[in-house]
Design a protein around this ligand. Sequence first.
Ligand code: TYD
Ligand code: MG
Length: 454
Amino acid sequence: MNVKTKTVYVCANCGSASPKWSGKCNNCGEWNTLSEEIVSKSKKSGRRQPAADAGPVRLADFDSNSVQQISTNIGELDRVLGGGIVPGSVVLVAGDPGIGKSTLMLQMAVMVSSGIPGDIIYSAGEESGQQIKMRAERIGLNCSDILILPENNIDIVLQHLYTKSNGLLIVDSIQTAYTDNLESFAGSVSQVRETAGMLLKMAKTTGNSVFIVGHITKEGSIAGPKMLEHTVDTVLYMEGEKLNSYRILRCIKNRYGSTNEIGVFEMREKGLVEVKNPSMFFLTGREEMVPGSIVIVSMEGTRPILIEIQALVSRSSYGTPQRNSTGVDNRRLSMMIAVLEKRAGVLLGMSDVFVNLTGGLKISETSIDLGIVVAMASSFRDKPVDDGVVIIGEVGLGGEVRPVSLLNRRLKEAFDLGFKHAVIPKIKKESVKPPKGMRLTEVASVSEALTILL
Ligand code: TYD
Ligand code: MG
């Protein structure tokens, strides 16, 4: 076998390789992400050879009905997967270490078992079979049908898989997986990329579905799942604060369904439990008539979710006031502070501003702008907003309140949870259909909203 060896410098952030070391990655611009890797490749591996009979096929000749999703029997997981597991698809489940990825995979393996025609194999690189069994027993799962393969060598894992079809393989985790084709150590950028590529090829040729678990680190120092995002069909991120019990499963890419969908779970003593009504969940514990507290409605995928925004504006005791937010983009917050100052005369220049989305959800939707602005003004003036009100609207730099998408769905969710009054942008009368009994107040600008609400 012809073996070639060469040294390359691979970026842990984007996975691009360059022949020379430099402090900054030429491709993605990140600093200190390049690390040395010795790549040896036998001629056998490497680029896929085209199949002899591969030729162009008329689009009309493909069967569009052939994608049959298999329900995992976990509703919140099906939601983010776009209905269920697609046979032959590859899903990446990424998240901080200890967030609950292995727990979710084990629960899925058990819940889906009757729906998968082939074998369910759990390739465990981080835990022993005994440990997995102990965990399963602790959370009350009957795993008798699941096959455990305590193996990090993907070549061996694939030997088992190529003889099977229509099954399910869980690889936990990609950071511990390696192939003998490469000399670099497990977890290195080239190993992660190569093993994922091999898994993908296996999935597409055999029809076995694959779930790949990948750890992410804040520093991005370990070859991360980020660079696998292009390779796989679906990317799910598991988010949440360690000290908080809820877990959000967020879909950021899906070749088989809509993205931006989220699933909400709670980590309990007996594993992950679905949260079927997230709005109720995120609003529990809300105190009444507190200055700075506002309820907004955000569309997360196809589902409206009600969340409380809390703002705390207090006199700054340092020269430079602090501006801090959790769950909201800091730049968006700075913009809202500027709008509030310039367009509504609420002067926050000498104040510290803290904004927090309760429950720890991260929201990038602009429909929450007006809620943020009102929450800050409410805290600044120490005046609460009536707690039966929801606030919906995007805010522009001119202080104008702009329309948002899917207003009727948002209003219905708010009404169902007992909010009888909504403050919304000015819109065409015929396009809004509020639930019977809901009062609407249309506002054109931030200052108008503040006059009405505070
Ligand atoms: P785990 O699934 O091992 O995380 P990951 O695979 O993402 O690294 O989850 C580990 C954490 O979850 C651990 O801190 C304990 C907690 N946990 C529970 O609270 N309840 C449970 O039933 C289980 C299995 C784990
Ligand atoms: Mg794990």
